[in-house]
Design a protein around this ligand. Structure first.
Ligand code: SF4
Ligand code: SF4
Length: 455
């Protein structure tokens, strides 16, 4: 197969060069408890990792006894044929999967809503050529789509069919965010009992859940049930102490219960890979050669109870950079942790909208490109290019206005802009980050309208 021409081709060569440079087999056990930071203390020393030349480091999932790649392939953000649309650029995405798989990234995490239903089918197609036992496949029950037990059964059997497999290695109750919907869907309807039956029948090897709710609800799930083989949480250096996410607390609770953690959103939807120049400078002063993403990945993988870090890779460049980060993985040392803390305090001053581009809110019935509009706002915020309507109309204001309006015009189709929002509320309960989407759209629309009026 000929690789598509893209800027990352040179990076593929770099990956092979690294393989050659390292050479030979170099297995070693890493015990993460050597890290002295309080945040990273490992009371139980339950984790061990193994590094093999040219392959990403693996870590023991001590519940299943399997060595998982520390880097997992999130199948939510494949390259697409047209920006804002779900159709996957299959040839390119297939190449990315092949490069990842050949570097030991053999954990793939898909779900019913990813790419508006197309991800599972594509993943099934892409992995078919590999022996089933050579990779781990994770899929999820879409909690919001289950109204009765027949729904759950149909969805599960369709998922097996779409993915062209007889079993899922990891299966999750997707995006649990409220106790009442959990009780309705999983307890009253009987979906949890059904999934446990699927586990008995070998169609699910490990059962867990992904989470976007309160600490109290999380506690309820861990106290009431001792069935969880793993739990997937949003973890990154931005959310560790965040009042809404409280990722640090969730991580600690899982550590206490000896439940392995799989990490989602290590880059917070890409936000931590493209910081504003002031924050970026903090990292670059420490090491000018590594990517911002690599800092965020190393941060989460330094936690000893993390067995796999998911990354929703969209380009070959992402794949190669991530493989480099996770090959012969080095946890952050004390000085590097201080660098992260310093960068975080600089970054938090900017207050971006906490969108992770998960697209759970999509499609908007009125055509608004919700994550796209928020992304334009955040990117401009990060580069200090969101004009403040209360500031003097000087040259600097005019420059910001020009940059901001240009980026909005160039990146968002007219029919997908914030003014199309009619406040229908369909998206409101779908956002796991609790963003008040209609309110944000009004804010964006007012800002754009005011700037245009001043022309
Ligand atoms: S509230 Fe606005 S953005 Fe959300 S679904 Fe309705 S029209 Fe779309
Ligand atoms: S607004 Fe919320 S649901 Fe929509 S993409 Fe962003 S984080 Fe996801």
């Amino acid at each position: 197969m000929t690789l598509k021409k893209n800027p990352s081709d040179t990076l593929i060569d770099r990956r092979h060069a690294i393989k050659i440079m390292v050479g030979g087999m170099a297995s070693s056990m890493l015990y993460m408890s050597s890290c002295k930071s309080e945040s990273f203390s490992n009371k139980k020393s339950i984790v061990n990792s193994s590094s093999t030349a040219g392959q990403v480091t693996t870590r023991l999932d001590y519940k299943s006894g399997k060595m998982l790649p520390l880097l997992g392939f999130g199948c939510m953000r494949f390259p697409v044929i047209q920006r804002g649309k779900p159709d996957i650029d299959e040839e390119y995405a297939m190449q990315m999967i092949d490069v990842a798989y050949n570097s030991g990234v053999n954990y793939f995490d898909t779900a019913w809503p990813y790419h508006e239903g197309l991800s599972e089918t594509f993943v099934g197609k892409a992995l078919k050529k590999y022996p089933r036992e050579s990779y781990f496949l994770a899929d999820k029950m879409p909690t919001w789509a289950v109204n009765n037990i027949e729904d759950a059964k149909n969805i599960f059997s369709q998922q097996l069919e779409k993915c062209q497999v007889d079993y899922f290695d990891y299966y999750l109750l997707h995006a649990l965010n409220s106790q009442s919907s959990f009780e309705k869907v999983y307890e009253q309807i009987g979906t949890l009992e059904f999934l446990q039956q699927m586990k008995k029948e070998g169609k699910i090897k490990n059962l867990g859940f992904s989470f976007h709710g309160s600490v109290e609800f999380f506690e309820f799930l861990l106290e009431k049930y001792d069935i969880w083989d793993f739990v997937q949480i949003q973890l990154n250096y931005f959310d560790w102490d965040d009042a809404r996410q409280q990722s640090g607390k969730l991580y600690r609770m899982l550590e206490e219960k000896n439940i392995p953690v799989i990490v989602m959103e290590p880059l917070r939807g890409g936000m931590l890979a493209r910081l504003n120049p002031t924050t970026e400078k903090v990292f670059k002063e420490n090491d000018p050669d590594v990517s911002l993403a690599s800092w965020a990945f190393r941060y989460v993988a330094t936690f000893p109870n993390v067995v796999c870090v998911l990354s929703g890779m969209s380009t070959m460049e992402h794949v190669v950079d991530n493989i480099n980060t996770f090959t012969d993985f080095k946890p952050l040392d004390r000085n590097e942790l201080l660098v992260v803390n310093k960068a975080l305090s600089v970054f938090k001053e900017v207050k971006p909208e906490p969108c992770t581009a998960c697209r759970y809110c999509m499609p908007c019935p009125y055509g608004v490109d919700i994550p796209g509009v928020i992304d334009v706002y955040n990117k401009n915020l990060g580069t200090f290019n969101v004009p403040n309507l209360n500031s003097p109309r000087d040259e600097e204001f005019k420059r910001k206005k020009r940059v901001f309006l240009n980026s909005y015009t160039n990146h968002i189709d007219h029919k997908a802009k914030a003014h199309r929002c009619i406040n229908c509320s369909k998206c409101v309960d779908l956002c796991p980050q609790d963003i008040d989407i209609p309110k944000f759209m009004r804010k964006m629309d007012n800002l754009v309208a005011s700037l245009k009026k001043e022309a």
